[in-house]
Design a protein around this ligand. Sequence first.
Ligand SMILES: Nc1ncnc2c1ncn2[C@@H]1O[C@H](COP(=O)(O)OP(=O)(O)O)[C@@H](O)[C@H]1O
Ligand SMILES: N[C@@H](CCOP(=O)(O)O)C(=O)O
Length: 335
Amino acid sequence: MAVFTSVTLDEVNAWLEKNYRVGTASELKGISSGIENSNFFLTTQMGGTQREFVLTLFERLSKEQLPYYLELMEHLSKKGIKVPAPLRNNAHQIVGDLNGKPATIVTKLSGKSFLNPSVRHCELVGDALAKMHLAGLDFQLSQANLRSIDWWKSTVPLVIPHLNSAQDQLIQSELVAQINFFNSAEYQSLPSGPSHCDLFRDNVLFDNVSGQDELGGFFDFYFAGNDKWLFDLAVTINDWCIDLATGEIDQARYAGMIEKYQAVRSFEPAEINSWNMMLRAAALRFWVSRLWDYHLPREAKMLTPHDPTHFERILISRREVSSYLPNNSAKHATK
Ligand SMILES: Nc1ncnc2c1ncn2[C@@H]1O[C@H](COP(=O)(O)OP(=O)(O)O)[C@@H](O)[C@H]1O
Ligand SMILES: N[C@@H](CCOP(=O)(O)O)C(=O)O
């Protein structure tokens, strides 16, 4: 995360004293990774106990949109899914205000990210993602994925002036294909529910337990929304189970993630048929957002935009190669 809004230790202490019972802040460290919000590692001292949190100031999401994300994290965490738990303030509110921005404190997960994941890491993520989908079924709030097709339709025209003619043609033809896909009866029938929608390698931590990596947790729910579960899985596969240089699927990691996901929740026939288009949708989603962040950047300290051409390559690869979603009972070609 970049730091768009600065906060001092004194400002945090005044805010904590007024609103929370977590003791006194002894350390506040701006976090440089991430691109959406202003994040800080926050250490507090209370009665001789040191506690660690993450303080987030939201830069784009409004106070009205935030309860969905934060209450979803609270809901999942209460159900035993490893995600940060937001702290409610003294007025029992899940979000407050700090330095003119909506702000919240969540528990800090332990562990580290693996940017070159193994088959085991992918298996752990597949298992936990399916469990997270099922745990979200009885979550009462509903909010659409704000970075879905309506956002692609409004953002593609803004980035087109920055593209060469081959890219322009590719993005427009994929958008049309996705509009048709989203309008199909089969798409409409796909199972859905609260979804993370950005479960990249840098949004998952692993802990080493007795010499073996175990899931530390999923975080960064601020692109979450009610969406097709298959989209969530496709976003995750497109980041975790690929050869990073070419964007092509790595079969061992792919099979590991799918198998463990499916051990928890079996795919429906419509999901098997929709898989290739969903992988393409997931690639288009991040090509568009990376182009937008790259060509229309915001002012921020410590902001490093991601490379858009990576998702252009992934999209080209998914359009050229038909992918299969293995199922215990049936295997269908998707193209
Ligand atoms: N709850 C958490 N526990 C541990 N680390 C976290 C937590 N939330 C954020 N981080 C750290 O902060 C970094 C940036 O957070 P992220 O949510 O990705 O930012 P952004 O909101 O900009 O996407 C992460 O890479 C991670 O190192
Ligand atoms: N995962 C997205 C960017 C979203 O940023 P994050 O830091 O909030 O995960 C990408 O890689 O394009």
